[in-house]
Design a binder for this molecule. Structure first.
Ligand code: BV8
Length: 244
């Protein structure tokens, strides 16, 4: 592992601009279930199209709401781990853009600023009506499904991007710009299966950036990376020299 860490430190020291893209694996050591990589993962137990899609919500809003309330309760008691803290520390020493697919807010709680949360924020409620702009921090993770207090029409839902929903165009443009300009792209804790997020590592690769993947398992990206560190992210960042 030491050799992999030393190689990572050399790449970091040589980098002008860094993009870090994180996925559910960066929160695994905080006790938050990932989506795909083992039998306890969320999609191993539930069907994502049933629970993380507009169709699923339309079909059974109470079930979808209850599932998100359960996830919020898990996230509320979770703590950032050394990977979250290490990435926040890296940003103090490098020109670093942090992009996450996660909706758990742990990067902010570890001190990161200006996090590009591609898939939204599970800890916020918003109105399900496209023409109502209600959005507020979720307060009661036991509360039953309710109508939007502003329009009284549609139900409230978590402020996340579901499958089949478009991501914020402005956010995508900013991530694309940072990716095109970066010399180092760190892919941390993602299976690189969900688009458009998974497309940014490929864009960085096409632009000649150095790609480093931190993931105990190989992914569809692994064949394109310069350095694959197949270790848990928390362990890697705990060993990274971030003090000097
Ligand atoms: C879109 C928020 C345009 C909600 C999520 C048919 C119709 C419509 C669209 C599509 C379609 N077919 C395909 C698509 C595109 C679709 C897509 O990519 N599907 C995939 C599954 C093929 N994308 C979309 O729908 C996106 N929108 O395209 O809009 C459009 C619109 C209409 C019609 C067409 C196109 C929206 C995608 C966003 C969906 N929302 N989450 C919620 O959280 O409930 S996705 C969900 O997956 C999470 O956000 C998650 O972050 C994301 C990616 O997963 P990962 O983070 O990578 O997590 P995973 O569990 O997979 O992997 C974890 C990894 O960590 C593993 O590799 C593991 O080895 C590793 N690991 C484990 N422990 C550790 C570790 N690594 C390091 N350290 C450890 N300790």
């Amino acid at each position: 592992m030491n050799d992999l860490i030393s190689q990572l430190e050399v790449f970091l020291s040589q980098s002008r601009q860094i993009v870090v893209m994180t996925g559910a694996g960066v929160s695994a050591e905080s006790g938050i279930a990932t989506f795909r990589d083992h039998k306890e993962s969320l999609w191993a137990k539930y069907d994502p199209t049933e629970l993380a899609s507009p169709e699923g919500f339309a079909k059974d809003p109470h079930q979808v709401w209850a599932w998100y309330q359960w996830r919020r309760q898990q996230i509320a008691v979770a703590q950032p781990n050394p990977a979250h803290y290490g990435i926040a520390k890296l940003a103090e020493r490098h020109n670093l853009t942090l992009v996450t697919q996660n909706v758990d807010g742990l990067h902010y709680r570890a001190g990161s600023k200006n996090v590009y949360e591609l898939h939204g924020d599970i800890m916020k409620d918003k109105c399900n009506a496209s023409n109502c702009d209600y959005q507020q921090p979720a307060k009661n993770f036991e509360a039953p499904l309710t109508r939007c207090p502003k329009c009284q029409d549609e139900y409230l839902r978590p402020s996340v991007v579901w499958f089949g929903e478009s991501l914020n165009a402005d956010l995508l443009f900013k991530v694309e710009q940072a990716t095109e300009q970066c010399s180092l792209f760190l892919s941390v804790g993602t299976s690189s299966q969900v688009y458009p997020a998974a497309g940014f590592a490929e864009l960085a690769y096409r632009n000649g950036a150095t790609i480093i993947e931190i993931n105990p398992n190989a992914t569809g990206l692994t064949s394109q990376v310069t350095l694959a560190i197949n270790k848990p992210a928390g362990e890697v960042f705990a060993q990274l020299n971030l003090t000097g």
